[in-house]
Design a protein around this ligand. Structure first.
Ligand code: HEM
Length: 230
């Protein structure tokens, strides 16, 4: 019996570690993805953005990192599902029902639901852009002084974001992303044991200011920019 519980504990700890590692890697991906997508705001007919998406899909090193990224997304989703299920079971079987709203934050109690909303967003997002880029028939474009033909992802993005429902889906999803990261970013560091009385407050501030507010707000500004200003 003791070995079974030890095994269970070990596996759920292992799961938590993998959740934390994959989650923090995905946070890093978000920063890179955001910086690249900021090219959309340039008033250059989409040239910088199309050159950026070309680089992202052709550079061999970036391609390898992309496969690691897909693996981490799948791992994070699977582990998240298993942990949410295990937590729900543990709560359901506990004798003393504790009022959780006093001992934990709203976002920490709803990580599973927030994660599911982000997953739905990702499926729609990947279908519209990633799938089209890789397997669709895209319009192409060339620029002065450059003989290359680029896939015109800028036009695909601009057309997608000119639809109100599609842009609103992005804005709502960025709220889910923000709330997921209110808890997720700092909790990742904690799970990995990276706690320090001096640095933990800094990590919490970065988690909320940068990952929960600034990054989702800048992502949400992209659809709104095309919907309202173009
Ligand atoms: C709202 C602004 C966003 C725009 C305009 C945008 C645009 C794109 C485009 C054009 C691609 C395909 C080409 C490429 O790989 O660069 C892509 C891929 C991707 N996007 Fe986004 N994206 C946005 C937000 C997000 C967010 C918030 C997430 C995650 C929560 C996300 C996750 C991904 C993933 C995982 C891929 C596949 C990357 C790869 O193949 O390496 N995107 N995005």
């Amino acid at each position: 019996m003791a070995t079974v519980s030890a095994g269970l504990l070990k596996s759920s700890l292992g799961r938590k570690y993998l959740m934390a590692l994959s989650g923090l890697f995905l946070c890093l991906f978000l920063v890179v993805h955001l910086l690249g997508n900021l090219q959309l705001f340039k008033d250059d007919g989409g040239q910088a953005f199309n050159e950026y998406t070309y680089l992202m899909t052709h550079n061999p090193l970036i391609k390898i990192v992309a496969y690691v990224n897909y693996a981490f997304i799948l791992l994070h989703v699977f582990d998240g599902f298993m942990l949410t299920r295990a937590n729900a079971k543990a709560r359901g079987s506990s004798y003393a029902k504790v009022d959780q709203s006093k001992s934990s934050t709203w976002s920490s109690r709803n990580m599973g639901i927030l994660g599911t909303l982000i997953l739905i967003f990702l499926v729609v997002h990947m279908k519209s852009f990633w799938f089209e880029m890789k397997f669709g028939t895209m319009p192409t474009i060339s620029y002065e002084g450059n003989s290359m033909e680029y896939k015109d992802m800028y036009t695909v993005v601009a057309e997608a974001f000119s639809q109100t429902w599609y842009s609103l889906l992005y804005v709502v999803s960025m709220f889910a992303l923000g709330f997921h990261l209110v808890h997720g970013f700092q909790s990742g560091f904690q799970t990995l044991g990276l706690n320090h009385h001096r640095y933990t407050p800094v990590i919490k501030t970065i988690g909320i200011g940068v990952f929960a507010i600034l990054i989702p707000a800048l992502f949400a500004a992209m659809p709104l920019f095309f919907l309202l200003l173009n």
